[in-house]
Design a protein around this ligand. Structure first.
Ligand SMILES: C[S@@+](CC[C@H](N)C(=O)[O-])C[C@H]1O[C@@H](n2cnc3c(N)ncnc32)[C@H](O)[C@@H]1O
Ligand SMILES: Nc1nc2[nH]cc(C(=O)O)c2c(=O)[nH]1
Ligand code: SF4
Ligand SMILES: [Mg+2]
Length: 230
């Protein structure tokens, strides 16, 4: 049993065959290159970051510990080939690693949303990792683990959530400095919802001829932006 970490509630100290789950639901994937596709979501409890714009603060606490086997049965009952594990920060819970492997073994396409602040080397390579690069306006840019670039493959996506011109210039400079356009993984540019107008980001990207995929959080336009379970 790993030692308790101060940022995790004692209840969240992980065991290998279970995870603390905030919610499970079926929706359309609203983000990433997989946007628009039917997708089940497993949102895990707990996060060690506090991004200024976080739209999922409700997942910092609560939820219930569930056996991985039960989680997999619930996902199978949703009748979708695709599942995303998000949070909170999913990689804080050791039980998530066997959960991802079991979902792959069951034949699911598995996506993972993670903050970019945790080493992703132990994530099974077949998982589609969507790794954030925390920009200055998140208040958490110092937590980025740039070593993750070397652990990401062609299944993966590096995502910049941009809330200002400063964030945009910072992102552009990081891409140039680390030659990220030459890496096997995709680059995503998204806006912080209702902080930066999407058209501004689109126009900057066109002006600079950037090789990135512009994307929005589609579910926030389909449903009420604060709706849960979508
Ligand atoms: C809620 S987080 C959960 C996974 C992980 N903690 C992370 O940050 O990647 C999922 C995604 O939502 C993005 N996100 C959170 N709040 C947002 C907002 N207000 N506008 C746009 N994207 C947001 C995050 O940057 C991240 O890419
Ligand atoms: N529809 C939908 N797509 C999503 N993609 C990533 C999400 C997340 O919260 O991580 C999310 C979400 O909350 N809803
Ligand atoms: S890392 Fe993700 S869940 Fe945690 S505060 Fe930031 S956006 Fe929210
Ligand atoms: Mg979300």
């Amino acid at each position: 049993m790993p030692a308790a970490r101060p940022h995790i509630e004692p209840r969240l100290v992980p065991t290998a065959d279970s995870v603390v789950v905030k919610e499970i639901y079926l929706s359309l994937q609203g983000e990433s290159s997989h946007a628009g596709l039917l997708c089940a979501f497993i949102r895990l409890t707990g996060c060690h970051l506090r991004c200024t714009y976080c739209d999922s603060e409700f997942s910092f606490h609560g939820g219930a510990r569930r056996k991985n086997a039960d989680v997999i049965e619930e996902i199978k009952a949703l009748r979708t080939p695709r599942v995303e594990i998000t949070g909170g920060e999913p990689l804080l819970q050791p039980g998530v690693y066997p959960l991802m492997q079991s979902l792959l073994d069951e034949g699911f396409t598995v996506l993972l949303e993670t903050s970019g602040a945790i080493d992703v080397r132990l994530v099974p390579p077949a998982v589609h990792k969507i790794v954030d690069m925390k920009t200055p306006s998140s208040g958490e840019a110092a937590r980025n683990d740039l070593r993750n670039f070397a652990s990401m493959n062609a299944n993966d996506e590096l995502k910049f959530v941009i809330g200002s011109r400063e964030d945009y210039d910072w992102s552009k400079a990081l891409i140039a400095e680390h030659r990220l356009a030459e890496k096997p993984f995709a680059l995503l540019f998204s806006t912080v919802f209702e902080k930066l107008h999407p058209r501004e980001l689109a126009e900057w990207t066109i002006e600079d001829r950037l090789s990135v995929r512009f994307q929005l959080q589609m579910h926030k336009y389909l449903w009420e932006p604060n709706a849960r379970g979508v």
